[in-house]
Design a protein around this ligand. Structure first.
Ligand code: URA
Length: 251
């Protein structure tokens, strides 16, 4: 039997706002129930079957949050739907009863860690530039950059959209005269690593993302997915809490 609950209680239990703030959000027309704005007070919803959105983000109760880590193989688009029917990362996920979506983006030919969730606040915590979450990449470039070029990568490269923020850079080895570099950045500009490497004269041959914030690729094989470990989940929740606290301060 369906268990209904008041909309403001649902929003409070989902960690979106206190009940009083939730009432305000409702009055302000920020809440959609099944794609319709609901402005009246006291509306009852069914958390199992109704789709609730706040400012365009799907809201679910904590027990319904889903988090998945995929090792994206090259050749899959990071998008929920491709109008041309090309393979997307969604084809690699298990069938789910909640709508998961990818957090951030990897290029078609990039492999590695891609995180999925239906938790809009968590997605924001990981991607908003203000939160400076570290992304770790292992990249094979053409040729061997010298010390000075590696130093330039670390201190900032002038790209067409501005100077890159400081990065951590380490030469890990070489294969057939082509350097393997580990680089950690806190930004997420389009094709950022490729543009940085091209600009020092050593274009990317292959690129793999090893970690995003507390999430690590570990031993996950290409095309496989897993749920975060308990330790990863605890760190994710801490990150989200920080973001919620910052948002509360601004209310
Ligand atoms: N930087 C890139 O150039 N491509 C990616 O897919 C990710 C980071």
């Amino acid at each position: 039997m369906a268990l209904k609950m008041r909309l403001n209680k649902f929003l409070a239990e989902a960690g979106i706002a206190s009940r009083r703030q939730a009432d305000r959000f409702i009055q302000e027309g920020r809440i959609l129930v099944n794609d319709l704005v609901v402005k009246e007070m006291g509306v009852q919803i069914d958390p199992q079957t109704d789709q609730i959105m706040v400012d365009g983000h799907l809201v679910v109760l904590p027990g319904q949050w889903e988090y998945l880590i995929l090792n994206k193989p090259p050749g899959f688009l990071t998008t929920v739907h491709d109008p041309f029917g090309r393979p997307t990362v969604m084809n690699l996920l298990p069938p789910a009863n909640t709508r998961l979506y990818p957090v951030g983006r990897l290029d078609l030919d990039t492999s590695g860690l891609l995180f999925f969730t239906n938790d809009g606040e968590m997605a924001l915590a990981l991607t908003h530039p203000r939160h400076l979450v570290e992304k770790t990449y292992r990249v094979q470039v053409s040729g061997m950059p010298d010390e000075q070029k590696l130093q330039n990568l670390a201190s900032g490269i002038l790209l067409e959209d501005g100077l890159t923020a400081p990065a951590k850079v380490a030469l890990e080895g070489a294969e057939n005269g082509n350097a393997m570099i580990k680089i950690i950045i806190r930004e997420g500009r389009k094709r950022q690593i490729k543009r940085m490497m091209s600009s020092i004269g050593h274009p990317v041959m292959s690129l793999e993302r090893m970690a995003v914030g507390p999430l690590k690729l570990g031993t996950l094989k290409l095309g496989e997915y897993r749920r975060p470990t308990e330790a990863e989940l605890a760190d994710l929740m801490k990150l989200k809490l920080q973001v919620q606290e910052n948002a509360q301060k601004k209310l």
